[in-house]
Design a binder for this molecule. Sequence first.
Ligand code: UDP
Length: 469
Amino acid sequence: NGGAAAPHVGLLPMPGTGHLIPFGELAKILVSRHGFSVTIITLAASASKAQDAVLSSLPPAIASLALPAVPLDDLPADAHLVTILAVAASRSAHFLRTELSRLQASSNLVAIVGDIFTTDAFAVARGLGVPPYLFFPSNLLCLSIFLHLPELDASVACEYRDLPEPLRLPGCVPVPGPELVEPIQDRSNEAYRWMLHHGRQYRDAEGIIVNTFEALEPDAAKVLRQNEPGRPPVYLVGPLTRTLPAVGEKDAECLRWLDRQPAGSVLFVSFGSAGTLSTAQMAELALGLEMSRERFLWVVRSPNDDGDVCEAYFTAQSKADPFRFLPAGFVERTSEVGMLVPSWAPQVAVLGHSATGGFLSHCGWNSTMESVMAGVAILAWPLFAEQRQNAVMLAEGARIALRPQAAEGGLVSREEVARVVKELMEGEEGKAARRRVLELQEAALRGLEDGGAAVQALDEVAGRWKPTN
Ligand code: UDP
């Protein structure tokens, strides 16, 4: 064991671009500011071009290794994404033990940092005498749900979607039952068991590091930053976002197109690395954008009609040419004001471009943090995971987002799309959201300055990991 060597940290992100990106940012700071060395250990299920691209864009001081594949073919065809991810993580635990022992033998391993569903690693870490930490790449509302889930499970008799009153957790915006994090919505589903299992294990961490900041969720921050017996200390280190576009993204054609648009005039439309719409919803969105007469830059993915709203989770790619699913004539009719990009756009660069004036977003947490860092107000279009409750928090708590009203059956009509797009880009509500997001942007930037709250919080964690002798 190399006692004099740089302290080494093992990071265990879940598969998914939205997990690898914030873990990569955390790794970069641990290396550059704290002089740690870092290994990112991924599950085999991470292997995809998009995810490899994230890992290979990291500086060479950050090593990565993939655990061997585990069989998942016994899972039912309709297994929930959470179940697939959690089972993959759980079955990888013995490979993890081998790799961590190896790391411990060859480096000065000081901490293991798990993700939302890789908390089975905590017991492995403890077995090796290494302290386990959780890096939670979402917000305090979502963390609160996980932490309170065991007691909710005991006290709530019905499905959460049938709760007569919005759920009020300490410091959090009240969330109506149907808007709560999606995998708890069917308590007979295996996915719910896994949520509960990991929520319980969060309390076994030595500390919980969260990718958010106080000004965004001030009341929840007050509650969670107080020490509470039986709950690990919570450190707010966000926003950790990519500041530069990835290699090759700088020259993207859509950025040149933005160069030719007036300042603040373009609505960026994107559903993260995985989100897909139904064919009917895609048509309403297209026709609504057209009706709004606003400029837009839309990252288009092929629709999915079997209810799978995160079909591209493992690939981030469209399965077919997505443009052919757009309404007839739409591309031609909007060619003066619209730019379409298949599957993937350099989002950080787009949001930071002066022509971008609004973001129609699925409210994934990285996208949200990136929007705040760019000072861009949001049109909330949640699809899966915790995105609905994020939308509630962003609209009613932080007040940086507008929400379209869905008709019965869940479809947002073209008229509603046009109305809310116009309101965001030119209306009073849009102006108010923009004022607020600029305030939050300033607060976020202050926290990231030397001596700022986010930097101090991560300094404190790193300090606990550094050997004292
Ligand atoms: N992203 C991107 N271009 C795209 C789609 C996504 O660069 O076309 C990035 C985005 O900037 C963010 C991440 O992928 O950093 C998506 O994470 P988020 O938490 O928003 O959503 P998820 O993909 O996990 O649903």
